[in-house]
Design a protein around this ligand. Sequence first.
Ligand code: GDP
Length: 334
Amino acid sequence: MICVLTGGTGGAKFVDGLRQVIPPEEITLIVNTGDDLLWWGLYVSPDIDSITYVLSGLLSRERGWGVKGDTFLCLQAMGQLGEPTWFHTGDRDLAMHLLRSRLLAEGKTLSDATTMICDKLGVKARILPMSDSRVETRVDTPSGELSFEEYFVQRWYQDPVNSVRFAGASDAEPAPGVLEAILSADAVLIAPSNPITSIGPILSVPGVREALRGARGKVAAVSPIVGNAAVAGPAGILMTAQGLPCSIAGVAKAYEDFLDLLICDTRDARAADALRANGLRVQCAQTIMRSAEDKTALARTVLSYALGGLLADEPNSEKPLSGLPAVPAAADQP
Ligand code: GDP
């Protein structure tokens, strides 16, 4: 069993590759819910939606969110009624939000609602929200505190950021199965998602960091920072606001209490050497996912490293991985 901590678009791309490489039944995903919002009275969980769509083959790969081939007639009609339209929900996407909202109104938990919707869509992987309690990412800016979606979608992440907090985290509990999945997995993978606002909320749920420290398998993260910049989005800005350098060293620092292995891009080979000198295991690979082949290649590489047996410095790993091609040694070289 492989456990993946994941958030938005970077994570969805990574999971798209992973599902081609191992049977989806063997993947448990722990998903950020800090971005969840009430939109037109409906409960929207953007990161659970993206992962559900990617695993059911419905994701729009062009946009990286929402349903492929979707139309936006309801959005248009709501605009004509004077309702806000800055958060784009397609017509088919709305079906997800309607059904989830109804299930929650009937008293189901977010975990239950997610499982029921996944069953209906034929998703074989297990998708777990990080918590059934409400934990809300709040971005403090000179214009006041914003929800993540206000900061990111409505205002195009143009505001300077003072800090980020996760409202409700201290009282939250991990959703059923979350800690067990982390503790018992053969490997725990941290997707190349925003370390502050996609992985940060998951880590803020009491018990999650402790479980990661006690995990049986290796904990491996793929860096979303390449060459001292985020591949996309505000990760760099938010890391700086939280006192972390925008570099693979900053990613390593964000996860320092539980990380066994960092997978960074080959162009960060020199920075990788510096981290190795500090005792962290770091492997370099091609981590930019432009094509389907890039995604599956990265998933294979990460699994090979995280499951052990193929690392040059671990010839006698107790957990050899059959069925995956060996990672070329050159991938480790600067
Ligand atoms: P966002 O920052 O709100 O967009 O949150 P996400 O969790 O969706 O983060 C996307 C993260 O994935 C960003 O920090 C990007 O730098 C990173 N990312 C996106 N595409 C890739 C990719 O192809 N490779 C790697 N390594 N990172 C990526």
